[in-house]
Design a protein around this ligand. Structure first.
Ligand code: GLV
Ligand code: MN
Ligand code: MN
Length: 409
């Protein structure tokens, strides 16, 4: 006889244990934020944790050619698999929830399904997508972009980190074979649906602990190089300088004004100055613009205006078009969960990439402050547990009756 209260108590205990295990990994002692960048020691610790969770549950564990980790309840070879999960890497000084909440909740939801006898026999997969944040090599969602072929394998291998190490070299150093990168048609063809649970990254859920995603805003990253001439800070007259720093400063203010009037978002969050000396006029300022808008045309016009006004040399490093999640699947989830809010987001996710290849949906867990990509990111434990219960409910439903194959994607 199944005791739902006992099952819920066990899910709570399992969640708390997994959360406590991950909490110290890659946490910076001063900032309290996470530095779990792709293919570093902290990332390896997270990945080892994932493998342990898979093996402890008797799940079949594998790493695909793109470095994504998978744990399967049954052999996915027959197809019709339901997949859930997220990522374990972080932005510089990120919060504990962005990514890990989806992976921990995936294992907890599987435990709950097993405890209540609702797991069924259809393969359920749990995934940890590699390098979602792109904090080290500049391009976000590398694991899912490679899997779907959105990112070219040669381009991925050649991406470099700030120290000049290529992604290929970093993967090799971490024991992975970079020659295996590329679209994974076979794996994609086995997946009937993907559901990613994620902490909400704004304050848009209000009174509701759980929501469903409708769309992801189009967004991208652009590299701005402002060129100048290195010279002495104490001897070069102000009128003789070719200093790229004022041009950069003007671009920051200009981007802010233009984004405000367009109802869009523009952020310069990363800057590199050469030679980066207090008493030297810089020879170059390189800065990365992250810009997003609900409407792709607005985004395109905004970035074009910022580029033109800046006078910088500008290269687009990545772009994610608008994502409208599968309508029937989104409505099914919202209905199953009792009519929870359905909302768009400006944050990028692996689910947004997968959506181009398989029916995909997202669940959001309330974020009381809305703060994210920060050590202050938070979600209350009861909301996290409501997320586990909601994910389990959704998975149970999909496992019993998967999404019927739609038109070719
Ligand atoms: C990912 O978190 C992004 O939206 O940048
Ligand atoms: Mn993030
Ligand atoms: Mn995330």
């Amino acid at each position: 006889m199944i005791d739902p209260e006992r099952a819920a108590a066990q899910a709570e205990e399992g969640f708390a244990r997994m959360w406590a295990e991950l909490l110290p990994v890659g946490r910076h002692s001063r900032s309290g934020g996470y530095r779990r960048h792709a293919w570093t020691a902290a990332d390896a610790e997270c990945r080892a944790w994932f493998e342990e969770q898979a093996r402890a549950r008797g799940l079949a564990y594998e790493v695909d050619g793109n470095g994504n980790q998978w744990a399967w309840s049954a052999d996915p070879a027959a197809g019709g698999a339901i997949v859930t999960g997220s990522h374990l890497d972080s932005v510089p000084d990120g919060g504990a929830f962005d990514g890990p909440l989806g992976v921990v909740s995936a294992f907890a939801a599987l435990d709950l399904l097993r405890e209540t006898g609702a797991a069924g026999s259809r393969p359920l997969g749990i995934v940890n997508f590699g390098d979602e944040e792109g904090a080290r090599f500049g391009v976000a969602c590398v694991g899912s972009r490679l899997m779907t072929g959105v990112l070219d394998a040669d381009r991925a291998r050649a991406l470099t980190d700030d120290g000049g190490m290529s992604l290929a070299a970093a993967m090799e150093k971490a024991g992975r074979d970079p020659s295996a990168l590329g679209r994974d048609e076979e794996r994609l063809s086995k997946i009937a649906a993907f559901v990613e649970l994620h902490v909400e990254q704004g304050r848009n859920l209000g009174d509701a602990p759980i929501g469903v995603a409708s769309a992801i805003w189009p967004h991208g990253r652009w590299r701005f190089d402002f060129h100048g001439q290195a010279n002495h800070a104490g001897t070069t007259r102000m009128e003789d300088r070719r200093d790229p720093m004022p041009a950069f400063a003007a671009a920051v203010l200009d981007a802010r004004e233009r984004a405000l009037s367009a109802g869009a978002l523009a952020t310069f969050g990363k800057v590199a100055v050469e030679p980066n000396g207090t008493n030297a006029i810089p020879s170059r300022v390189t800065a990365w613009l992250d810009s997003r808008a609900a409407d792709p045309a607005v985004l395109e016009a905004l970035v074009a205006e910022i580029t033109r006004a800046s006078g910088a040399e500008v290269v687009r490093e990545s772009y994610t078009p608008v994502v409208d999640f599968d309508g029937p699947l989104r409505d099914r989830l919202a209905g199953l969960l009792g009519g929870v809010p359905v909302l768009p987001t400006g944050a990028g996710h692996d689910a947004g990439i997968l959506a181009s290849a398989v029916p995909t949906a997202m669940l959001f867990v309330r974020n009381p402050t809305g703060v994210s990509h920060s050590p202050e990111e938070h979600a209350e434990r009861p909301d996290c547990l409501a997320g586990v219960a909601a994910l389990a409910r959704v998975l149970e439903d999909l496992l019993a009756d998967p999404v019927s194959p739609g038109p070719a994607r």
